[in-house]
Write a protein that binds this ligand. Sequence first.
Ligand SMILES: [Zn+2]
Ligand SMILES: [Zn+2]
Length: 287
Amino acid sequence: MKHPSAGPGDFERRLERARSIEAADAAAQPLAFLVRVLTHQLRRSAEPAVREAAARTAEDALPNRLVQQYPLLDLTSAAAPIAGETQAAVEELGDAAPGPLREAGLSLVARSEMEQRELVEAWLDDTSLLDPRLALWIRVTAGPILELAAARSEPPEKEEWTGLACPLCGDAPQCSVIVEESGAFLQGSPRYLVCGRCAGWWDFPRAKCPTCGEDDSRKISPYAAEDWPWARIDVCEACRGYIKTFDLREKGAMKVVPLVDDVATLALDVWAHEQGLTRQGLSLAGV
Ligand SMILES: [Zn+2]
Ligand SMILES: [Zn+2]
């Protein structure tokens, strides 16, 4: 599909958006960190070793798609090159990271190569298996390889996949997006889930919980944000999980880039956590 708003590997567009948001509140520091992260990822994504690793990771995506073997990317081959990226990321970004995150980064690079690789393998298998701060570092280091691999792969059509996990890399969604009507008669505006680690988008029903799969629309309630008419959280009564949804049809939402605006709207997560709600896929703000 065509990404109306910064798909996999589009670090430049995300960087531009992160720089343009003026955040005077609690999101200012996380956004400044995001700018540093994206600058690092943009640079790493030009490295031949990263591009080769991405090509290998994407190599079987098409044959996998033909036999419906998900996730489509070859995550096993991605583990070693991702682990090889951690040192550079922590060296470059450690100083800019908030205290506890910096410590987690230092503890990560203090481990042996073998241990780092095992952590990456565990994270590729299921991000929730790791301490969230370690997981955040691995996500930063893995971004260029997984996103470039995703950008080389054709994601499945909605007739092929509307599952709860990313069809490309298998991660849980980071947030959700509603875009302008596709033009298909009486189909309504499509909704996509957005992956936080490969930045892929995939089709998903409008009134369904992406955490537990609940599809009784009466159990899903939207809570709108006053400050951002295009951002809301969708709360599921069945699992007490929530997902942030960006409605790109709203006025002023033209420039919204989900993975960036997720950080900028951190106040929504703070509110949700106060209500005892949980989300999958932490934002780069760490909530
Ligand atoms: Zn993904
Ligand atoms: Zn649910």
